[in-house]
Design a binder for this molecule. Structure first.
Ligand code: C2E
Ligand code: CA
Ligand code: CA
Length: 722
């Protein structure tokens, strides 16, 4: 129900969709209960029944109801006692309770009001009238709740504002003062408890202030007045306003508007608020969040951060302009604000905690902070509800803008207790795999995610250490030509066996090395090992074939790569054409990238270039001619299904044909079976690499491959392909 109130614009005025109002009907007469249920459900209410006062009270302990209908006459605890007990239990929550009395039973009517009932109805019940009355009573109660929670919010808000507050009674007598030190001390000391507020003011200001007071008190509207002081040769300007508080109190908020103070505050605003939307910016968010966290840590409460990250806002700029983007940001904040307010107002007061904060972390990221929470069980509903709100289009200057949102939430109980820790947790959450999210839009930081992160951090630490210690080693996998099964090349593949983690697959640690800035030292280790190995094989008099090294796009974009490789091969007198680099298509996407420029330079040195995993990336076959490459490697995914999937077959065939058309060598990787081998041979692929012809092995086990592939077993069975 809370979730649905978010989607309903009218939630802002405290009301809810009537079809979601929940009623508790208490009557000992089964027939009355049944009839009530039918009639009220037809009118759109949801109905819970209780046959006596005790049952009703226990329902109240575990459920929230929007209104209660109580039979006056029941055996055991009668309606009046039940009502009294309910009021005690509900404390100051004004849930409407209607007592159903007999006809003309004046005594019952009096008793009904005495025990705290909101209204009474006479039996037999007229359902039409009752439904209408229920609706209006529930609406009134919601508005009342909204107002009182508002004033509660205002007083808490004072903590973060720069106002001082005086609490006045209905006659204007000062009851108490808060944050009076925010006023210049010469003024602050003029207010003391027990005095009439207006008697403390400079005489020329009294009538203005009093006028404001007179309009403010009955209407609960907020009007401002100004107090001018001339004290000790200094003039001061104080701005004031009155707000109706709870229980007949009037709050008088006073703020120093003297010139020096105003410019100071302006500076504060510039530094701490987002200029587009006026809400706190990152700086204020972090300092406020740290304060709240500290508080919550001491009191054992939750601090919750929900982060709404727009995938791209600048994309709208061509249509709506810079000013439109500002409007869009304001509209986002407004939706969040209204949704949040509606939701929090509908929550029982004791769940609400400290007033929520909405802040803008960056151009695209909006953050909601909830703190002082005893429980966060409503958080998911809230976060999902707001996400739904944000997902419909925004109208800006006649243009419709649909924003794509990623949403991440984090609870302080699950994270490091710092603003930074909590905000990063939301970042982890929103960038995490949206696996099994279903209809939900919000991803939460949890123990599982934390473990993955810790594991990655631990892996990074060990990898860094082992790279420095040179613990990683190389394996070599042979490549054979398809016609004569001769060795035509070797791929160098890195292997890491860590003392604590055991064997770790390169598919796992290479991406982490790339993220952690370890890819350059790692590749350095690889090239040194491989070049040394080439020298060793040369000195043993082995057949010289190109050895390929996998190079990550990140590394290929560095300024030093060309020089590094050139130095490495020159020092050892290695022929450049015996070195091949395997790169993925992704680096080719951006035609002017540094990586492409480096690749051209490397190729001018004589080094060969192969495109790895070909067919899975971005390349269109047609632009192959323009790239500085010598070889295509058909990706394993096509090879593995080449005998079962006609599409894979067609792709393998197309890559081979087009590759040959533009003069490239075409090799298939991941060849595991005779059938795959045979198909590749049929379509004219040049060479193969895979478990079928030879697995990756340490250099000491590589020797036999220099003599060619050993497919004797298979050839015996398939003499036609010998
Ligand atoms: P890749 O470049 O596509 O390498 C081929 C992968 O396929 C290797 O996995 C290899 O062991 C495996 N493989 C070879 N034949 C077969 C086969 O018949 N069947 C199957 N199922 N697999 C086969 P590996 O060694 O686990 O490497 C995974 C990836 O890690 C490599 O994919 C490459 O992208 C990366 N990698 C490996 N070594 C290095 C390195 O030294 N530097 C960089 N930057 N990346 C490396
Ligand atoms: Ca490769
Ligand atoms: Ca590959």
């Amino acid at each position: 129900m809370l979730g649905s109130s978010l989607d309903d614009e009218t939630a802002t005025d405290g009301s809810q969709d009537s079809d979601t109002f929940r009623l508790l009907v208490v009557d000992d007469d089964l027939v009355v209960r049944l009839v009530s249920r039918v009639a009220l459900e037809k009118a759109g209410f949801s109905v819970t029944e209780a046959s006596d006062g005790y049952t009703a009270l226990s329902w109240l302990g575990s459920h929230r109801f929007d209104a209660i209908i109580l039979d006056a006459r029941m055996p055991g605890m009668d309606g009046f006692s039940t009502c009294r007990k309910m009021r005690e239990f509900l404390e100051d929550d004004p849930v409407p309770i209607i007592i159903a009395t007999g006809q003309d039973d004046d005594a019952s009517i009096d008793a009904a009001f005495e025990c705290g009932a909101t209204d009474f109805v006479a039996k037999p019940l007229n359902w039409k009238i009752i439904s209408q009355r229920l609706n209006s009573l529930i609406r009134a109660r919601n508005i009342k709740k909204h107002l009182s929670s508002r004033s509660f919010q205002i007083s808490s808000m004072l903590k973060t504002s720069s106002e001082a507050m005086l609490v006045l009674d209905r006659d204007g007598v000062i009851q108490a003062g808060h944050q009076i030190e925010r006023l210049p001390s010469v003024i602050g000391q003029t207010f003391s408890a027990g005095q009439c507020f207006f008697e403390c003011l400079p005489s020329h200001c009294v009538s203005d202030a009093f006028k404001t007071w007179k309009t403010a008190t009955p209407t609960e509207s907020v009007n401002k007045f100004v107090l001018n002081y001339d004290l000790n040769n200094t003039s001061f300007t104080i701005q004031g306003r009155f707000i109706a508080g709870v229980e007949n109190e009037i709050l008088c908020l006073l703020q120093d508007h003297s010139e020096a103070f105003v410019s100071e505050r302006r500076m504060f605003e510039l530094a701490y608020t987002d200029t587009d939307t006026g809400i706190p910016n990152e700086k204020q968010l972090v300092s406020e969040l740290n304060l709240r966290l500290k508080n919550d840590l001491e009191t054992g409460r939750h601090t919750l951060v929900i982060r709404y990250s727009a995938s791209d806002l600048s994309g709208f700029e061509p249509r709506i302009g810079r000013r439109g983007l500002t409007k869009l940001a304001c509209a986002v904040v407004e939706r969040l604000d209204i949704g949040l307010d509606g939701f929090m107002t509908a929550l029982p007061r004791d769940l609400v905690g400290t007033p929520a904060l909405i802040a803008r972390l960056s151009d695209t990221d909006f953050v909601i902070v909830l703190s002082g929470l005893r429980t966060i069980e409503f958080a998911e509903d809230l976060a999902e509800g707001l996400a739904r709100r944000l997902s419909s289009a925004f109208e800006v200057d006649g243009f419709s803008c649909m924003i794509d949102w990623n949403v991440g939430g984090a609870d302080s109980f699950e994270t490091v207790s710092s603003a930074d820790g909590l905000l990063s947790a939301t970042a982890y959450a929103l960038h995490s795999e949206p696996e099994s999210l279903g209809l939900k839009r919000v991803r939460w930081f949890n123990a599982e995610l934390r473990n993955t992160i810790y594991k990655d951090i631990e892996l990074e630490r060990l990898l860094r250490r082992d790279i420095a210690d040179g613990v990683l080693e190389m394996h070599y996998q042979p490549k054979f030509d398809l016609s004569g099964l001769e060795l035509i090349g070797v791929e160098a593949l890195i292997r890491w066996t860590n003392t604590e983690l055991g064997f770790v697959s390169p598919a796992k640690f290479i991406p982490i090395a790339e993220q952690a800035g370890l890819i350059v030292p790692l590749t350095h280790l690889v090239t040194e090992r491989v070049f040394d190995q080439m020298v060793a094989w040369r000195e043993e008099g082995r057949k010289e074939v190109p050895i390929s090294i996998n190079i990550s796009g990140i590394h290929l974009s560095t300024r030093t790569i060309v020089e590094e490789l050139r130095a490495g091969i020159q020092q050892r007198n290695i022929k450049p054409e015996l070195v091949e680099l395997e790169v993925t298509e992704s680096i080719m996407v951006d035609g002017v990238s540094k990586a492409l420029q480096n690749l051209n330079d490397l190729r001018e040195l004589g080094i060969r270039v192969a495109i790895d995993d070909f067919g899975t990336g971005y390349s269109s076959l047609s632009y192959l001619r323009k790239l500085p490459i010598d070889c295509l490697k058909i990706d394993r995914s096509f090879v593995s299904s080449v005998n079962s999937d006609p599409t894979a077959q067609a792709i393998a065939r197309a890559i081979t044909t087009v590759g040959h058309d533009v003069g490239l060598h075409v090799i298939a990787e991941g060849v595991e079976t005779a059938e795959q081998f045979e198909f590749l041979k049929q379509i004219g692929c040049d060479s193969v690499q895979g478990y079928f012809t030879g697995r990756p092995v340490p250099s000491k086990d590589f020797a036999t491959f220099f003599d060619g592939a050993q497919l004797d077993q298979w050839e015996l069975k398939n003499p036609a392909f010998g």
